[in-house]
Design a protein around this ligand. Sequence first.
Ligand SMILES: [Zn+2]
Length: 312
Amino acid sequence: MKLKTLLLASLFVQFSTAQQHKDVKPQDLYATVDFLSSDALKGRETATESERIAAQFIQSKFIEAGIKPYFDTYFDAFESKGYKGVNVVGYIEGSDPKLKDEVLLLGAHYDHIGFDKKVANDSIANGANDNASGTATVLAIANRLTQLGTNKRSVIVALFSGEEKGLLGSKALAKKLKIQNVDLYTMLNFEMIGVPFTDRDYEVFLTGYELSDLGNKINTYTNSNLVGISDVAKKYNLFKRSDNFSFYKEFKVPCHTISSCDLTNFNFYHHVDDEIDQLDFVFMAATINKLIPGIVQICNTDSKEIQMYDTK
Ligand SMILES: [Zn+2]
């Protein structure tokens, strides 16, 4: 009996170590943000050589994780308002013969504003929180989903160019997917998720929380109070100010941004001091690890449980 208990205990330890091993780690997120927000990338302004280096880096992360390109190549080039930008788009095919035609889109913009007003001889807007943090988050989630291999619905993983120039990359991709008649179930966009709130009973807010039951569903699926409402986000209608909105406009399905920054807890929005030392990677990893089972469930429910509220 004792031996059996011991055996079971040792199995449990092995199992939980294996589980932990697969959790998203702070150092992985750090490495991605470190590269994207380095001075060498000069603030990743849309359609610059530096932004192209960031795109190549994202492509290398997809290849490393075994994520396939959604189109013929990972690079989805577009031209808009005089900018030649490139989205980087990966694909994790669903395992269910029927549900795989339905798509969850995970997105974040990887571009930033380039150079900005000089402070103490520094003019590079590194955009660590905005939005190397969101990019690192999406890459980490996609990597984890690929390792798990349990998603019944398919997942498109999109890192957008041109957000800072007016959501250009996401508008181009949303139009393209609409023309291809993609059955978009829901879209989760990530923005500025590297600095925690200190005054909330949730970790992240959802822009446009009141428009659909996505927030409620994530909390139910994760059995937590992970996602909440930000009055500031509502006041400034942040729902319309990031790439989720491009997809909402085309598809009219739940498309929201997840963020931990509504500008009340971060002083360096579009500022040269938005640098890696401002970010809390332990918080980021913990939040992502809490969210992942919710994302898996979004991929796997029998029906499309997440719906827009009827606001008529
Ligand atoms: Zn942003």
